[in-house]
Write a protein that binds this ligand. Structure first.
Ligand code: NAD
Length: 242
């Protein structure tokens, strides 16, 4: 028996779907038969991804509740329900900045997008997931949540995403909403390349930089898309990937 990933008849919103892991996820969800919604604050790339996957684009700033509420209200008006929310939007700032020099505004900006953004997306997606009768929320955290972050703010925010995911999973189970958190490793995206560049600058000429083997965005995208499918109904908790 050959089983293939199947997202037919599913409406899947990929938040942060303009570039990187989110973009790859949108492509894989569409290839698996889903109706794909791409939401991002990068409108140019977001619209390009949406049109490439035959889906719709919705502008959103996940750190701003009015923007998140408006985006999900528009999604609800157009589709009436949502089967899965895959929240990949995130930022990394303050890589390699020493604690004594780490400014509060930078710390807060990272928490606002990564943690509060995940909370706001879940909050405003849940009414649409309930309309579907059952649903899935997948939050993208990071291996940095459990050690080795280049940034105090990034590591802390992703630790918060893990705890948010566990709390959502417990509380939303009664509504037949499954919540999983995915922690990617080092993946070849603009975000990761900017961290590598920041480290190169910190080390200076002649400094020896550890060579990372970067994984492909689609490798994580396949897992995120699969988690949105019914085949993943029995998966619980947090998942680490390459
Ligand atoms: N690349 C890695 O090695 C790696 C490792 C672990 C975790 N992650 C996580 O994977 C997710 C995707 O990151 P990526 O590596 O693909 O980088 P990326 O920069 O290509 O993707 C991030 C996306 O989030 C969007 N975004 C950022 N702030 C936003 C906001 N306020 N509102 C709406 N959209 C916003 C960006 O426009 C972009 O499309 C992030 O949550 C990141 O923390 C990445």
């Amino acid at each position: 028996m050959r089983v293939v990933m199947n997202l037919q008849h599913k409406i899947v919103a990929v938040v942060g779907g303009a570039t990187g892991i989110g973009k790859a996820t949108a492509e894989i969800c569409a290839a698996a038969g889903a109706t794909v919604i791409v939401a991002d604050f990068n409108e140019a790339d977001g619209r390009a991804t949406a049109s490439a996957v035959g889906g719709a684009f919705f502008p959103i700033n996940v750190a701003d509740e009015a923007s998140v509420a408006a985006a999900f209200a528009d999604i609800g008006a157009r589709y009436g329900r949502l089967d899965a929310l895959i929240q990949t939007a995130g930022i990394l700032r303050g890589a390699f900045v020493p604690l004594e020099e780490f400014d509060l505004a930078t710390f807060k900006s990272v928490v606002d997008v990564n943690l509060i953004g995940s909370f706001l997306c879940a909050k405003h997606a849940v009414p649409l997931l309930k309309k579907a009768g059952k649903g899935v929320i997948v939050l993208v955290s990071s291996g940095a949540a459990i050690g080795g972050s280049s940034s105090y703010a990034y590591g802390a925010s992703k630790g918060g995403v893990n705890a948010l995911g566990i709390t959502l999973a417990n509380k939303l189970a009664a509504d037949h909403i499954r919540v999983n958190v995915v922690m990617p490793g080092n993946i070849d995206t603009a975000m990761k390349r900017s961290v590598i560049a920041a480290e190169r600058e910190r080390l200076g000429p002649g400094g020896e930089q550890q060579q990372l083997e970067l994984g492909e965005p689609a490798g994580v995208g396949r897992i995120l898309a699969w988690l949105a499918s019914d085949d993943a109904d029995y998966v619980r908790g947090m998942i680490q990937t390459r």
